[in-house]
Design a protein around this ligand. Sequence first.
Ligand code: ADP
Length: 267
Amino acid sequence: MNSGDRNDRAAWLKGPSIKCSGLPEKLNRPWRLVLLGPPGVGKGTQAELLTRRLGACHLSTGDLFREAQHRSEREQTLAMGAALNFMKRGALVPDAIVWELIRERTSCLHCQGGFVLDGFPRTLAQAKALQVLLENERLSLDAVVTYELPGAEIISRLSGRRTCEKCMAIFHQTAQPPRIEGICDRCGGALFQREDDRPESIAVRLDAYEHSTAPLIQFYRNAGLLTLVVATGSGEEIFQRTMTILESRVKPTGDGSQYEQSAVFAR
Ligand code: ADP
């Protein structure tokens, strides 16, 4: 395991003027991934497992908004206050607000351990903006992993989900309960049910996914980056499935003539 364990993602969660503590170690070929899939499919859990294994930083837009939610109103910008109102209803935050936050955090895309983007991009406009930003920053994605799951299972996963208010670790009332009810195994923080995991918000989120985010699958398929993963089974099983597929992908050495496996997998 690497120092990704201790990375507090401060620059991402609190703003780019704050320094991260426990930066991931510097990698020669850091992985840069995007995770897609409907809400409740387990992207957050997979992002955590992947970032620990790959040494990358977990860049979750949902965590960014939830972190702001725990700040007092005075500490929130007007744009963030508006964003949180959309989030509570389960609706997508407008592209302009999301984009402002991402643009401010461009330095996170250069993280020396790479990154796993979770929850962004979520609309075609966001995906196109990200493409231009990455080109300008001379960065490229290695893969876009999309998780697939039947609708009934999604609803059961969302309604039983509990999140740590301190470290954002994810549990499930039946599938992955904490050792002590209501308490995070990892940091001792209190577990809460996200407001947008209530039934009325779940329906809005699933609808937003179908209309706004599902079209990204074709966008990334056309770009040759799409990797489909079936998200049934335990978190660990899904993770192993993801790693097997990612390990079969190769990364260019730079001159385009030779290909080799990422150093991360050689450890
Ligand atoms: P989910 O479990 O739905 O994948 P996330 O934690 O990724 O949840 O996001 C929670 C909420 O934050 C979304 O329902 C939405 O309101 C808002 N949000 C997060 N990322 C974006 C984005 N890229 N564009 C618009 N809204 C977003």
